[in-house]
Design a binder for this molecule. Sequence first.
Ligand code: ATP
Length: 347
Amino acid sequence: MSARLEVEAITCEYPGQVAVRDLGFDVEPGSLVCLLGPSGCGKTTVLRAIAGFHPLSTGEIRIDHKVVSASGFSLAPEQRRVGMVFQEHALFPHMTAGQNVAAGLRRLPAAERGRLVEEFLDKVGLAGFGSRYPHELSGGQQQRIALARALAPRPALLLMDEPFSSLDLDLREKLGIEVHDLLKREGITSVLVTHDQYDAFALADFVGVMHGGRIVQWDTPYRLYHEPQTRFVADFVGDGVFVDGRIRDLNSVQTELGVVRGRSAREFLNDAEVDVLIRPDDIVPSDEPTLRATVVRKAFKGAEILYTLRLSSGAEVLSLFPSHDDHAVGDTVGVRLNAEHLVVFPK
Ligand code: ATP
């Protein structure tokens, strides 16, 4: 059932503008991948090209080894077996939830259609909601109906464009986990497009970070966060700040916070001045601190508090403390460096 998707060196243009440049990635059957990037980087255009709504200037798109798009060729969207879920206004407002789910099943006999509608309403946790109209459903329920409608025809591939962005934070996290689990259970190959790294991290096996129409890093969420390969990825993915560092040897960098070790130091000459990425989880509270810092800002996050700390040099870093470690702005706190990965860029 689940398909392999291959996107090979595609370029997409609008009049006077190249929106996607020489971009490629492969998706294993049953995998969930995400294209993540700022507004205007070309994410939606890639999704539209995969769905068959945007032509390719160069390159090729294959679904299960069959060419569906190439320069001068485009298989009709309805022949690609692709399901789509969009940000909002996804449902037909004059149809009930059940009729919406049935909309993609018109070719089936009525009894089979009815059975599938019930099955997929149940799968998205909305059994019994079939006769409600979209305006009688919450935003999250509407998105689940949209998902049921996309999945009921058993697509080879599911494409989702910012499916949670109209929902509030709590709901999007919860729905994100539900959708992840459902897609994994069903084994549907999926591509999600979002500018929100938390959606990407919660859902995707692999994430392609896009910038200016290209994928600048294709990696697991873990490696994107801990081993960003460019300054753009380091900035765009996760919180963090750059502090001044000086290369000591092949394996270490001296910073004001202490020595950070890692192999990426070997790309620089000894004594080179560099910027070192410090994530909030790289600085931890300590009873035997190696460093004292002043709290300049705090943001309560529930289980944790994100402090902005000022070091003696005046540089500011972020640090995550357990929530019961409650300090006031102006307090001095003891911390130590606990960086597992060295991420370093030329100054
Ligand atoms: P967003 O997150 O804001 O939706 P995106 O990353 O999905 O952005 P695209 O919608 O793919 O980006 O747009 C990529 C580029 O192509 C942008 O610079 C955009 O201005 C341009 N573009 C998009 N649609 C058109 C169009 N119909 N005509 C001309 N240019 C377009």
